[in-house]
Every structure is written in structure tokens, then in C-alpha cells.
Design a protein around this ligand. Sequence first.
Ligand code: ADP
Length: 300
Amino acid sequence: MPLFLVQNDITTIDVDAIVNAANESLLGGGGVDGAIHRAAGPELLRECRTLGGCKTGQAKITKGYRLPARYVIHTVGPVWRGGRSGERELLASAYRSSLELAFAYRCKTVAFPLISSGVYGYPKEQALKVAVDTIADFLSSHDMSVLLVIFGQASHIIEKERLADITVFLDGDGANACPHIPMQTGRTDESISQMLRRKIDEAGISDAQCRKRANIAPSLFSEILSGACARPSKPAVTALAIALELSWEQAGELLKKAGFSLSRSSRFDRIVEFFISRRNYHIFEINEALFVFGQEQLGG
Ligand code: ADP
């Protein structure tokens, strides 16, 4: 944990490993592959020649040479052939194999491009869904931070209808917002960690489930829960409210404990409200929307 989306050129990112969307020859190509080889220098191709290629859905590792990243993990995603040729499974396998290799090399931070979504033609929205589902599943049992790098226009990654719905909601006058329900559960004497403890117990979920649903690293989660982190960030506390499936009012109450408020004049708050009002508590769907609208993402 956690997983975040970033808009960047993957060759400039300082992480333990970046992943390359390569082809089976591993001898270089266009797109992100070309950019990585140019930035890493000719030694990268020399090492790739010794690897004997790579099958679709699998991954191989090399050094990063002149890149800020220590390693490059080369994986091969499927060519899109309409979606009925096992593309989804092969794409998930490319992500999984890369993550397993990164984990075996003790990488703590890994950055992925949106594999197969360029020349290989995988529709971007669907490619993103496979990426997020597969990475989130892996992170639920491995302590690692992953960046999913979106190159170019961010709005392509989200369904058109959802983008339109959120835009209408943001431009609305608040009539479409969550109904105001007076708070009943307020306990002014409670600290944020005490309130969190109580809410997790009330929700009937384990601490680990709450942490995973909140996209929060284990160390930060224990600090918040134990009270060692006096002032967690707003994205972290909001993420916990989402993990606990709180109402808009209850989320406001939790945020207040950390010194924050929810307001209808903030874009971040309104996007979170959009999802809460629809009872959609899927943290990565919320983060996709926050990313597209240039806001901080939930988790920490
Ligand atoms: P594939 O053949 O797997 O489709 P591509 O390199 O054509 O690989 O594209 C994969 C994704 O990488 C695309 O979404 C493309 O926009 C993105 N991409 C291209 N160059 C970069 C870069 N320098 N950093 C990050 N992503 C990139």
C-alpha cells in the first residue's frame, strides 16, 4: 500500500523500479520502451540482448543504468484483439509478474506505465481498470508503494458518462448533494484514534481490511490508530471515512477530529461528496476522479 496515479514521464521518476511496456524481443521499440532506452543509455540494450526475450504476460529485470530508477522491469502486455482473446488475463499477468519480480528484488517503490494502452491498442479505461484491480490485489498482501503513470491527457482514463455526471454535480447548486442529517453520534471527548477504533468496531471489519480499503500504508495506519500521528493529512482521514463507508455528516465529524472540515466550495470535497451521495466507496474509483480533476488522491 498505497497506489496513486500520477501524470508524468516515467523515465524521470525516482523509484526503486520502473516498468517497461516492452515487446517480446526486448530489443527496444517505440512509445514508452523507446523513451526508457533513450534515457537509460546503450548499456540497457546490451543487457536486454542477454535475456532471450520475454513471453507476453511475463517479466524480466535489468539494471536502470542512467535512469533515476535502480531497476527496469520489462514486461510484455497483450495486443488488443477485441477483448475475446484472453487480453484481460494476459494484462493482469503482466502486472502481477512485474510486481512479483519487484518484490523479489526488495523494491519498495515501483512505477508502471499503462501497459498495452498505446500501440498495442488496449482501450485506456479498461487497461486502467485491469491495472488498478491487479495492483490493489497485490498490495493487499505486500508492503509496497506503486505509482501508475498516466502520460498525456488524464481525462481519457475515466468513462465519459462518469466524467459528465461529476461535472454536472460540481457545477450544480448543491440541490443534488447529500441530504443534511443532524449529527447524532458526536462524542466531543473522543480523539481521532479513539473515534477510528470505535468506527472500525462498529463497521465490523478488521484493521487490515480498513487499511486496505483506505489505500494507507501499514506504518501510517498504525500511527493514526495508536494516536502517534497527531495530525494525519486530509486525504488520509478522508480515505478512512471512505473505508468505513461513513455518511457525509459522519465523514465531516471524523475530519473535524483531525482539524479539517468538509465544504461545498472545495472541489476535492465535492468530488468525495459525489461518490458518498451515490454510496460508492470504491477508493480507486474516487481517486481516478480526483486525479482527472487535478486534486490530491485519498490514502497515504
Ligand atoms: P504498448 O505497446 O504496451 O501499448 P506503448 O509504449 O505504446 O506500449 O504505450 C503504453 C503507455 O505508455 C501508453 O499509455 C503511452 O501513452 C504511455 N507512454 C508513452 N511514453 C511514456 C513515458 N515516457 N512515460 C510514461 N508513459 C508513457
